[in-house]
Design a protein around this ligand. Structure first.
Ligand code: ASP
Length: 417
């Protein structure tokens, strides 16, 4: 019998917690605990290293190839501007929702995890004011790409990848080999991410064993609150905010939208992958919701990699949750960093299951939180990924309808584009 990766991850998490509690019961001086902690530290560390290793090529190829896949045609400029504008705006609303809820309900507050103590050292040094942050943020945007790639400077890589993507669009046919190379590079990277995810059950088991052996059990109660906060705000965004935007701009009501979009939304929920859902999303857009192939063909595939409301909301809320767990109050400047980096992380995450977990590392690191903290998030990630992927895809569909309405005016001239 073949056990799905989801089930394996849950099993790994459960075994890890049991082993960790066992070690805690045996006492920290027992040989079994010391050996167990050594192995768990080694295995968990390697797993986190693998995630960090793949982050750089993944972000570069995903963004460069995603942007380059735009095709030039009439009104392209308007479609492109409106689409990107919609993506950024809807993700910004989602992040504000997630961060507000995380600040309001403060899941994880009051707990301080010993695991983070080492990683937390030097955190003070990273604190800076808003003005200082602005200077260093803009200064860090444009960097020699080879240095950025070598140093794992993700923000600079994202910016350079955008330049490459736009240049490929402008260059058109002339650079088709470079584009093909990038696309194959992305596929290859995703293949490797798949392998890394196969190790996830073991990595999670190791990280959680170490965690459970050294932490208190109140963590689970805190996770319950965090899950409720994330699911609640994600559903609010998907069931209220996006339908409201849709209705305000296009006049399409929520029921009509749901009837036209449900195949894609359910597929996204079941597969946890925006990319795998693309064929179904396109079908719904063109056949049920009457969006022209030109607009749907542009907005949907681009949105599947770039526009992720659910992921953006999650990454921001999760960073605040981890900060609470680590007993750190993020000030306004740091919350702003989380806002921007969560958006970049959502843009950088490809539309595959748990991709947000890979780019989550960069959100945590942006404010000096330990990357190892994703061990806490991974066991519940598969559950949250279902809903956030559905909302990610919903955002692409609402975006297509909104862009079509704004480009074509009140009476959709379907074949204009
Ligand atoms: N699974 C999500 C998607 O495909 C990405 C993520 O992990 O947040 O849209």
């Amino acid at each position: 019998m073949k056990i799905s990766l989801n089930a394996q991850i849950l099993l790994g998490a459960a075994l890890g917690i049991v082993a960790g509690l066992g070690m805690a019961a045996a006492g920290k001086d027992a040989a079994v605990t010391q050996n167990g902690l050594y192995v768990a530290g080694l295995a968990g560390g390697v797993f986190v290293d693998l995630l960090k290793m793949i982050l750089v090529p993944l972000v570069f190829t995903s963004i460069a190839a995603g942007v380059a896949n735009l095709r030039m045609h009439r009104q392209m400029h308007r479609v492109w501007t409106l689409t990107l504008g919609f993506f950024v705006l809807s993700m910004a609303i989602a992040i504000v929702l997630g961060m507000s809820a995380a600040n309001l309900f403060a899941p994880g507050k009051g707990l301080s995890l010993d695991l983070f103590r080492d990683a937390m050292q030097g955190f003070q040094a990273k604190r800076m004011g808003l003005a200082e942050f602005a200077v260093s943020f803009f200064h860090g945007l444009f960097v020699n790409p080879f240095a950025a790639l070598a140093q794992g400077n993700v923000l600079a890589i994202v910016v350079f990848a955008l330049f490459v993507g736009v240049a490929l669009v402008m260059g058109g046919e002339r650079y088709r080999n470079v584009l093909a190379l990038l696309q194959e590079g992305l596929e290859l990277t995703l293949l490797i991410v798949g392998w890394v995810m196969r190790l996830a059950p073991f990595g999670i088991m190791a990280l959680l064993a170490k965690l459970a052996a050294t932490q208190n059990v109140l963590l689970l109660a805190s996770l319950g609150k965090f899950v409720a906060v994330v699911l609640g705000t994600t559903l609010l965004h998907g069931a209220v905010v996006l339908p409201l935007i849709l209705f305000a701009v296009t006049g399409v009501g929520p029921l009509k939208f749901w009837r036209g979009a449900r195949e894609a939304l359910i597929t996204a929920f079941a597969t946890s992958s925006s990319s795998a859902t693309i064929p179904v999303t396109l079908r719904c857009m063109q056949q049920h919701l009457h969006v022209s192939p030109g607009i749907a063909g542009f907005v949907v595939p681009l949105g599947a990699t770039v526009n992720m409301d659910g992921t953006a909301l999650y990454e921001a809320a999760a960073a605040l949750f981890i900060a609470n767990l680590a007993g750190i109050d993020l000030d306004l400047a740091q919350q702003l960093i989380v806002f921007f980096v969560a958006m970049l992380a959502a843009i950088g995450a490809p539309g595959i299951p748990s991709a947000g977990m890979v780019t989550m590392v960069m959100v945590l690191q942006s404010v000096g939180l330990p990357a190892e903290a994703i061990a806490i998030l991974l066991p519940i990630d598969r559950l949250l990924d279902t809903v956030r992927t559905a909302v990610n895809v919903e955002g692409d569909m609402v975006g297509s309808l909104v862009v079509q309405r704004l480009v074509n005016g009140p009476r959709s001239a379907l074949e204009n584009i």
